[in-house]
Design a protein around this ligand. Structure first.
Ligand code: THU
Length: 137
């Protein structure tokens, strides 16, 4: 770990995301990503990226983790972690920031990691300022 944030669940989230990253289907980018979510019921859901020969049909790791969470009947994200491949931090893409926004408050911590460990923790509001969310409708 480069430095570990003050979070009871960081280690569990990191282990879960790293493990699921191994299952990534990435024949095109070769860039494996794992994401894990802590919900308000203290359950961790994880997911990997799933690419497709028709490139726009590919799915990010965060989308897989969110799909698993919602399929299990949960909708409240308290904390999220993303781990990419290599040395650079893997920050959630723009689309995934909005996907997270649907199920999280703007204050939740998002842990951004590389293969070795923790790089930084940001709030969702840092990643997606002035956002449009469910309350706007
Ligand atoms: N990717 C994710 O899974 N999450 C992100 O937030 C960034 C990008 C995936 C999508 C694609 O399979 C690969 O990384 C390269 O873009």
């Amino acid at each position: 770990m480069i430095s570990e944030p003050q979070s009871t669940y960081f280690k569990k989230l990191f282990i879960a995301a790293k493990k699921v990253r191994d299952n990534a289907h990435v024949p095109y980018s070769k860039f494996k990503v794992g994401a894990s979510i802590l919900t308000n019921k203290n359950i961790i859901f994880s997911g990997c990226n799933v690419e497709n020969a028709a490139y726009p049909q590919s799915q990010c790791a965060e989308a897989s983790a969110i799909g698993s969470m919602v399929s299990s009947g949960q909708k409240n994200i308290l904390e999220l972690l993303v781990i990419g491949s290599g040395d650079l931090p893997c920050s959630p893409c723009g689309g995934c920031r909005q996907r997270i926004r649907e199920f999280a408050s703007l204050t939740i911590p998002i842990h951004i990691c590389n293969t070795k460990g923790h790089i930084k923790t940001l709030k969702l509001s840092d990643l997606l300022p002035d956002s449009f969310g469910p309350e706007n409708l």
